[in-house]
Design a protein around this ligand. Sequence first.
Ligand code: MOS
Length: 682
Amino acid sequence: MTERLESREKVTGAARYAFEYPVENVAYAAAVQASVGRGEVLSVDIEAAQRLPGVLAVLSHENAPRVDSEPDGELALFQSRTVSYRGQFVAAVIGETLETAREAARLVRVEYAAEDPDVRLRTDHPGLYKPDKVNPVFPADTELGEPEAAFTDSAVRVDVTYTTPAEHNNPMEPHTTLALWDKDGSLLLYDSTQGASSVQSTIAKVFGLDPTQVRVIAPHVGGGFGSKGSPRPNVVLAAMGARVTGRPVKFAVPRQQMFATTGYRTPTVQRFRLGADPDGRLNAILHDVFEQTSTVREFAEQTATPTRTMYQAPNRRTSHRLVALDVPTPSWMRAPGETPGMYALESVMDELAVVTGVDPVELRVRNDTDREPESGLPFSSRNLVACLQEGADRFGWAGRDPAPGVRREGRRLVGTGVAASTYPAYMQPGRAIARAEPDGTFTVRIAAADIGTGARTALTLIAAETLKEDIDRVTVEIGDSAFPRASVAGGSSGTASWGTAVVRACESLRGRLNGEVPPEGLEASADTSAEVKNRDEYARHAFGAQFAEVEVDADTAEICVRRMLGVFAVGRVLNPMTARSQFIGGMTMGIGMALMEESVMDGEFGDYLNRDLAQYHVPSCADVRDVDAFWVEESDPHLNPMGSKGIGEIGIVGAAAAVGNAVHHATGVRVRDLPITPARLL
Ligand code: MOS
């Protein structure tokens, strides 16, 4: 058990976040958002804004520096008159103070030629199309056997549609950039990001620079949940403002503006058809997904991909259909794909359990498989059944009465539910440098990110273990694109990817260490590109099982999650303390998804109405009572030198289904549209 190495710095305020770097002569940016959902900017009247003392510049499509929109259309700020969605940035003010910038932004008058925005995802939308791929490289559709016929011929059939709403990531630290241009034309960015290296390369392209001319510093990041996995308009806005004014410029996206400009999870509509034998053995699985993207850029959430991994069935189909609406581009949010997809799959499995009378744990065991059903690949390890069994033991599942809506404790109806979890064990190439210092200590450098996960601590443990040194003698420096290039903190791949580079660099250094370290130190580096590329073919996934107990007020339908228990199989757990926090954090986010989180689209004006955490509800302490996480021993030689699978995302996967299934068990009401609010239960 190792505490977060930076915990003291964080709680004392010594840890610096992007907005907090003290720089001389800094100016502040404030953005103007489009007040129409679709159309063109006719004119931008900046006169009143410019009259305000302390206004340094007003930027819009009329005067903004030209940038390259190819890397990501959402980064092409002020490059055209087109308004692609309500809330898009159409102008900005740079001022001496934040207050001046904001007041001036309020005074900018933008005239539009407006059209009615098309913002409603529906399954009969004429614009629906099949994307070439879903994220990142999966086929949009798959089919094996005769799914339609097999479904029709099955003795037991479940045919239901689940929906999930748009959800916004809402990290505590908003998306923030401090930009400084040097006289030599290079750009320094203090940024709140999940990947300093990827911001460096993307922003270099946007501004037509060589990557060596851009440096991104991000040692501490206040959460991201995927929304900081790629640079956001704040980076471009701060850099443009700094270029135009010749001053360092800070821009933190206000919470109110995050709902349109920093990403969110697409809403989904998911039709599921399960055909089974009377004993619950699956014969056909059909999963058809409908979701949205924007007119700016295609983002295709891979919602049906976990269905390709989870359960055996000879006949199967998955499909994804997208429609490009006049909305902000959806993006990554914790376990994109797996989170909405497994919510639906694990809810419909519960429905099958009810219809067949097979216990929900046993139903999943009965449909377990030792090969990935659609790829045919062997699993590098798959311990779903062990998680289900250990979870059932710890939770006290045995002897559960399956009848819904019959357990009363005073005014409360009580029920329990289970759901499975899964998440792929990805690995990305990267590099690291390890140094032996003359004073006997070691320094490891890699452009990794710690967004609150404990990655810095895990990497230090990995380096110390490889060097066979005490952890106190090893320092791992991260969060700087000047360090060896690293992949983003995303896809639960960070520790596996960066850790492998750290191991290889430290091994190489150890091999070269014999006797005295020279006065200038001794250095070794590693590049894992070949190692990552040449891995044997296995289906590599983490698995888990989640159990929930809820009580529902029979009069008001208020729902309370009394306890929640997860058991996960994630390879070797490198640091139990931070691993447990990751699981519990994910499960907590699953409670939010099940009961609270909902971004509400205003069909008339065409944007998400939520503006803050009073309108976008996430669980508070009172909502999170008894949540605990465990893991099974799992030794998997096919992963990486640490033997670890990712842990950042699997905690949310299946969590909402476990809660929803418990609500059904408590009340007998099956709500198929998240979130499960009292209004939907009554
Ligand atoms: Mo995660 S949504 O892959 O940062």
